[in-house]
Design a protein around this ligand. Sequence first.
Ligand code: CP
Ligand code: NVA
Length: 308
Amino acid sequence: MTRHFLNLADAGAEALSAILNDALARKVARQGWPKGRADGDAPLKDHTLGMIFEKNSTRTRVSFEMAMRQLGGDAMFMAAGQMQLGRGETVADTARVLSRMVDAIVIRTDDHAKVEELAAYSSVPVINGLTDLSHPCQIVADLLTILEQGKALPGLEVAWLGDGNNVLASIIEAAGLMKFNVRAGCPKGYEPDADFVAQARAQGARIDIIADATAAVDGADIVVTDTWVSMGQDHAHNKIAAMFPYQVNEALMAKAKPDARFLHCLPAHRGEEATDAVLDGPQSLIWDEAENRIHAQKSILLWALGLL
Ligand code: CP
Ligand code: NVA
């Protein structure tokens, strides 16, 4: 069975733990090394990753390229608009062709159904590099960043502020798998995907959707936010106005636990979803979180290729 990574549930709790442990171990083992040097075991020597991007990216693209380099393999970037996919070749035919040429495929696109279709017709692993629905690779890096702080995942209180978007959907999915709780402080009309919420609750996670931002953050271990306007969305003035009470500023951070940490997948819109004082403040882990994208991608790739 080809292992696809379209959502965290494709791996499941046990494999997700294995991915996190492998990522932590590989990161420690190469501390102080030049960034482009391959890990000692070079487990993806002779392997190539194809990367289809239909949307902009800095972290996801660069982290997958560096991940392949550190695993001893190669990565190939394909801007979707310059592929035949961009002028009507079907997703299914693209999948069939790339399966003959590369060993795994990462795709960043809008409609999640496209990623599912690519996976359905691909005989090599397909990894979701972000869709409008979810962003599972980001959350592996986030969990890694939390674990590095010595915080255990079960029972952790994670507060989300702002738009109930793709990143929140994957955090909620992770909560169900790893048994932590989420208080989503979202304005009315911008709540997270109901299916992800129902699934995580069924797995025993407490997922609260709270309209009051202060109540959402109260006593939290981790405070997370993301842009109010995701790629492909309009910069609608009424949405921005609805989001401002959920801005993560120093006053709101002060409601979380004193040792609470702040995460943001980036790119940040400074002065909107979070202030400079929080993004650059002592509780912020955003640069560790960004670096951890590399370490997370490596172990996701190894799992997808059956090496973990
Ligand atoms: N966090 C994240 O996915 O960043 P990019 O859009 O730069 O890839
Ligand atoms: N929610 C954001 C995440 C960017 C990494 C978006 O989809 O644009």
